[in-house]
Design a protein around this ligand. Structure first.
Ligand code: SF4
Ligand code: MSK
Length: 650
């Protein structure tokens, strides 16, 4: 059987490459996950190594009789909460430092110091300027952009007051954050404060620790990530629906294959442009290739698919497998979710691994540093490196013949337009279809792959169950790629997989039942979509009133914890699969899973079975429908032509 006794993925292309890796004697994350035993205490969040007296392992599993403490006296609750919010800090830092990088490039562009970059979405620039009180008058776009960029940059180090972007949230949400004392100041400040409070001998009240985690996470979702998304849209264009292809079959036997992997679109945009340069194509031909095939991996893939239709080679657990094809001439990486092992796997083939960020180097890789002042030149060097490596391909090449069509590019603005039309762009039709029960609710399903779980299974199982029950799914990150590979992101998927009500709406509007909203930082688009639903009326006054839920069925990164925490802090019931980082402590887990609902209107849940997790989400959606008094409106009927015309008229 492919992939050993137990299938390690639900994706056939991945299984083929797992088998090829075994034949080639190459070890991947799938093998290491099997071999690596997990420390039960660490996995449960009950191990502290925050000082040199540790690690202190506090056993608080059920049935244990006496409470354990660390050497310093820290309780099991303190240790669990400290570990949890350090994960939030890691995730919020990653997203926000990405946001800062985008802001610095944006400012350089505005000042004319980043040749090759320009303002692609003028309307969004002007909207942001209006929102932030930047004078527009007769000023040039560049002048306006300098002010916008400086405000954005100052948000990271702001010492007092709240983030400007918080004012985008529904009014009731803003009031709640103030009441609970979790409205973030500067993004960096909240992350630093987590590191301070979790140092030995500082904050030792788990309620207070978790509150700081909430504050930093809001600074991520409504701050760092949102700034990244907004400025990327201005620089590279706000995504609109685009047809793409996904899976390892997008690699080409007869062309130079260059994979762009990581998270930032800053360099990848330039590489995509350079790969179309006739001189480069000429060079590629001179080396015996028929062209240059660019594809993406992980969230960079989502960024360049949404804006250029560039195909996606795979998600997190497929990065090594792409190299195993033997057909990847270069893999260029920037930041985040890049396995160190790609350099080791590449040693067995001819693939060149190219790092580009001073923050993310890998021994064994070639480093070509990204310089925003000279980005085109850097991109040319990278594309050339890939081309020149093409003749070094061996004969051990096997590209799985598997790829799927997918439609991506559903930014919050596009959904508005698609639903409401050019002249009456609004979320009104979505709200109306939720109220009349054709759509039961909306679920944001996001997040990673986790080598401790079968690749893509949790994602696809959960999403299928949700759409079958008339829940519209919006997605980002590696979940989006998994759904694409499973064929859930084409309009026809509505007929095949969605419940009757959801299918009828999708058919009328011409959208898939699963909407791709982008990369990890683009979870901020989901916050904006939820806010737009509140503002359009009929579904309560706050995000916590909406019949919506969130999930990350195969999460693994600290970023996912930060995302989940800001979903919860925004009022969304959020369920995670695979494992739960405070499971070793009942009290902290109970606080996150139960008390948070009273405090924030949203709360965490943990359920590794994706079908059960989907039904937890559906139950929550039904609870919210009942509270809104729209639970009775839902009726399961077959739609005749007249009813469909009526849908059209909505
Ligand atoms: Fe142990 Fe306390 Fe040091 Fe943590 S901070 S390692 S609990 S002594
Ligand atoms: S890439 S954070 S594995 S979603 Fe954004 Fe995928 Fe998770 Fe990375």
């Amino acid at each position: 059987m492919a992939g050993g006794k137990i299938k390690k993925s639900i994706d056939e292309a991945s299984l083929e490459m797992i088998d090829k890796a075994a034949q080639d004697g190459v070890t991947t994350a799938f093998d290491r996950a099997e071999e690596m035993s997990q420390c039960a205490i660490g996995a449960a969040g009950s191990c502290c190594k925050n000082c040199g007296m540790g690690p202190c392992r506090v056993l608080t599993f059920k049935g244990q009789e006496k409470a354990a403490r660390g050497i310093c006296g820290a309780t099991a609750e303190t240790i669990a909460a400290r570990n949890f919010i350090r994960m939030v800090a890691g995730g919020a830092a990653a997203h926000s430092d990405h946001g800062r990088g985008v802001t610095e490039l944006f400012l350089a562009m505005a000042k004319g110091k980043a040749p090759g970059y320009e303002i692609r979405d003028e309307q969004k620039l002007l909207q942001l300027a209006l929102e932030w009180g930047v004078e527009i008058g007769g000023r040039s776009n560049q002048e306006i952009a300098i002010d916008v960029g400086e405000i954005a940059l100052a948000e990271f180090g702001k010492q007092e007051g709240e983030l400007v972007t918080l004012s985008r949230a529904p009014l009731k949400r803003q009031e709640l954050w103030q009441r609970e004392g979790v409205a973030p100041r500067g993004i960096d400040r909240e992350i630093v404060e987590i590191m301070h409070r979790t140092h030995i001998g500082v904050d030792q009240d788990y309620h207070n620790l978790l509150k700081q985690g909430v504050r930093a996470a809001i600074g991520d979702g409504w701050g760092g990530s949102m700034i990244a998304t907004e400025l990327q849209d201005i620089l590279f264009g706000t995504p609109a629906p685009v047809l793409g292809r996904v899976n390892l079959g997008v690699l080409k036997q007869d062309e130079v294959n260059l994979i762009i992997h990581g998270h930032e679109p800053l360099l990848s945009e330039m590489i995509v442009a350079v790969a179309q340069d006739p001189q480069m194509l000429e060079l590629a031909k001179s080396k015996g290739s028929n062209g240059i095939n660019i594809s993406g991996m992980c969230c960079t893939a989502n960024e360049i698919l949404m804006r250029h239709g560039v195909p996606i080679a795979g998600n997190f657990l497929q990065q090594e497998l792409a190299i195993v094809t033997g057909a990847v001439d270069a893999m260029v990486v920037d930041i985040q979710c890049i396995m160190q092992s790609i350099a080791t796997v590449a040693e067995c083939y001819h693939t060149k691994i190219i790092t580009t960020s001073p923050k993310a180097k890998i021994p064994g890789a070639t480093h070509i540093e990204f310089d925003e002042h000279n980005a085109l030149e850097g991109a040319r060097t990278i594309v050339k490196t890939a081309i020149e490596n093409f003749p070094n391909r061996g004969s051990n090449i096997w590209i799985p013949d598997k790829q799927t069509d997918m439609v991506a590019g559903f930014s919050h603005e596009t959904i508005n337009y698609l639903l409401g039309g050019l002249f009456r762009a609004s979320y009104r039709p979505l709200n109306d279809n939720i109220i009349n029960g054709r759509i039961r609710g909306v679920a944001g399903v996001v997040g990673c792959n986790n080598a401790r779980a079968k690749h893509n299974e949790g994602h696809v199982t959960m999403v299928k169950e949700l759409i079958k029950n008339d829940v519209l799914v919006i997605t980002t990150g590696c979940n989006a790629i998994a759904c694409g590979e499973a064929g859930l992101m084409v309009p026809e998927a509505a007929v095949e997989y969605a419940g009757e009500g959801l299918a009828s709406v999708c058919e009328t509007v011409g959208i898939p039942p699963v909407l791709h909203m982008g990369s990890c930082v683009d979870n901020s688009r989901i916050l904006m979509a939820a806010t737009a639903m509140v503002k359009d009326g009929g579904l309560g006054d706050d995000i916590s009133d909406l019949p919506v839920a969130g999930a990350a069925p195969e999460w693994m990164s600290e970023k996912a914890i930060s995302i989940g925490q800001y979903f919860v802090a925004s009022g969304v019931f959020t369920v995670f699969g695979v494992t739960w980082p405070t499971i070793g402590n009942d009290e902290v887990t109970r606080h996150l899973f139960e008390d948070f609902e009273a405090m924030y209107g949203g709360m965490w849940a943990f359920e590794p079975d994706s079908i059960k997790a989907a039904h937890l989400m559906i139950s929550h959606i039904d609870k919210k429908r009942e509270a809104l008094g729209i639970d009775k409106a839902r009726e399961r009927v077959l739609y005749d032509m007249e009813m469909r015309r009526e849908l059209d008229a909505v």
